[in-house]
Ligand binder design. Structure first.
Ligand SMILES: Cc1cc2nc3c(=O)[nH]c(=O)nc-3n(C[C@H](O)[C@H](O)[C@H](O)COP(=O)(O)OP(=O)(O)OC[C@H]3O[C@@H](n4cnc5c(N)ncnc54)[C@H](O)[C@@H]3O)c2cc1C
Length: 463
């Protein structure tokens, strides 16, 4: 073991959250930062993502605050036509490498340890072990270590299917379908989340007929309409969506009623309008993608898959036939982790967790600003009570309520509030440029009329 490495902060994880946090910390302090990740390059799960993945939101709001992502273009063709560009996995990987190599490392305050595992030894000390050489580096952390892995999600590429697969059954993780050589007779896509949705969209876009796809959907999901989440010229409608949500939340008589009203407004969408969704994870779709997905008529709703045998798929309830000429596509990883919350700020540690509903990079960067600019740990935690990742429709509402509480609390911290009003990671920071737009003027009235009532009614609906 070589001599100890000294650093102010040790950031474990160079995914989107660790990178956004570090960028904010570097911009708001003179701290030194050591970054470690078991992956070979910065970008977190994007390094192993399926090849046809894209952000589901515009690139404009993603990444680290100080380095723009994308070129601000609007797609002219395809299923995202008319909407702002969404980065592909390749673009995200190149972006995070550029942020590390051209922005972080040249500060002279950053060290990067890829292909390395972080662990805390029995003596409480931090250790980084190279996966390539086995070399162990002891790290003395002067201020805090940042745990970005507490909520580390699972993706199909790096986690086996949560069901048994018998010998002779063709079953691959989502990303592997691009490499299929022996053309299958039929595809069975297993999963309800964003990966399954992307896989179905991709197969259909490649010309696979809808009749050759069976979609196993243990749950039905609510999806957010991308039309309401566009930057620049789209911001007045973005803000109008906020007003519509507050109105629905103020007037609804149940959680399902909130969603029914927002579906009528076009903000929430579902693939099958005859089934009540039990899932809401906040991923965005375009109406064009939805129209494509609705072509798939063979939908199986029998709960979770327990095992796939050569001639049948066995579920929680019952089974359906299959065959060795069918390709089963595993899109059933759990996704975002939801362990019990723990305080975000502790004397020697920051545990990155969500604070409210919103795009992932904004809260991670916000926590970096708060760490650098507020000294009192109790005050930081008062401002930032963590919430669990949303999964069910009611979680969307409680995380929205948390956002309202955060907005009120942050008004007492002018430096933090000023940063939030200027960063591109906060979509509504650009709204000032549209202050006189009729939708913005009207929505300001709606916010005044329904804001407090929405907060009060949500507390009742969530009891
Ligand atoms: C398919 C998909 C699409 C998505 N699209 C969007 C989107 O459009 N917009 C959005 O806001 N969010 C999106 N998300 C949510 C996504 O989770 C976040 O955007 C973000 O990428 C998560 O970053 P993270 O840093 O929290 O986690 P990760 O990307 O999982 O990074 C955590 C890193 O920590 C490392 N690590 C953990 N523990 C250790 C250890 N002990 N030693 C060494 N390294 C360790 C891991 O190797 C990993 O690289 C998407 C998620 C998925 C799966």
């Amino acid at each position: 073991m070589s001599g100890p490495l000294e650093t102010d902060y040790l950031v474990v994880g160079t995914g989107a959250a660790g990178m956004a946090f570090t960028d904010a910390l570097l911009s708001h302090s003179d701290a030194t930062v050591t970054l470690v990740d078991r992956r070979h390059a910065p970008g977190g799960h994007w390094i192993d993502a399926y090849p046809f993945v894209r952000l589901h939101q515009p690139s404009a709001f993603y990444g680290v605050s100080s380095v723009p992502l994308g070129r601000g273009t609007v797609d002219a063709t395809g299923l995202n036509a008319g909407f702002h560009e969404k980065a592909s996995a390749d673009e995200l990987r190149a972006y995070y490498t550029r942020v590390m190599d051209q922005h972080f490392l040249p500060t002279g305050r950053v060290r990067h340890h890829p292909c390395s595992d972080h662990a805390i030894g029995p003596d409480g000390g931090h250790r980084i072990t190279s996966r390539l050489t086995g070399a162990v580096q002891e790290v003395r952390v002067r201020r805090k270590w940042i745990d970005t892995g507490y909520l580390e999600g699972r993706i199909p590429a790096t986690s086996p299917p949560p069901f048994e697969v018998a010998e002779g059954v063709r079953c691959v993780a989502a990303g592997e379908i691009v490499r299929v050589a022996d053309r299958p007779e039929r595809y069975v896509v297993i999963g309800t989340g964003k990966t399954a949705l992307d896989t179905c969209v991709w197969l259909l876009s490649q010309g696979v007929p809808a009749s050759a796809i069976q979609w196993v959907r243990p749950r039905e999901g609510w999806w957010v309409n991308r039309r309401f989440y566009q930057p620049e010229e789209g911001l007045p409608q973005f803000f109008a969506g906020v007003g519509l949500q507050l109105k629905a939340m103020a007037q609804a008589t149940s959680v399902d009623d909130v969603f029914a009203r927002l579906e009528a407004d076009g903000i929430f969408l579902r693939v099958d309008t005859t089934v009540t969704p039990t899932m809401s994870r906040g991923a965005m779709v375009s109406e064009a993608e939805l129209a494509l997905l609705r072509q798939i008529g063979d939908v199986v709703r029998r709960g979770h898959v327990r095992r796939i045998e050569r001639d049948r798929i066995v579920f929680d309830s019952g089974s359906v036939p299959t065959s060795p000429r069918t390709l089963h596509v595993h899109c059933a990883a759990v996704g975002l982790a939801r362990p019990a919350s723990r305080p975000i700020f502790e004397a020697d540690r920051v545990t990155l967790q969500p604070l409210f509903w919103g795009f992932a990079c904004f809260p991670a960067a916000l926590l970096g600003v708060i760490e650098a600019t507020i000294t009192d740990t109790a005050e930081k935690n008062r401002l930032c009570p963590p919430i669990r990742y949303w999964d069910e429709p009611r979680d969307y509402l409680s995380s929205y309520l948390a956002r309202m509480a955060y907005e009120r609390a942050s008004a007492g911290h002018p430096t933090v509030a000023a940063w939030a009003q200027g960063t591109r990671l906060n979509p509504l920071s650009g709204l000032r440029a549209h202050a006189d737009h009729p939708l913005v003027v009207q929505t300001r009235e709606d916010v005044k009329a329904y804001g407090a009532a929405a907060a009060g009614n949500l507390v009742k609906l969530l009891r």
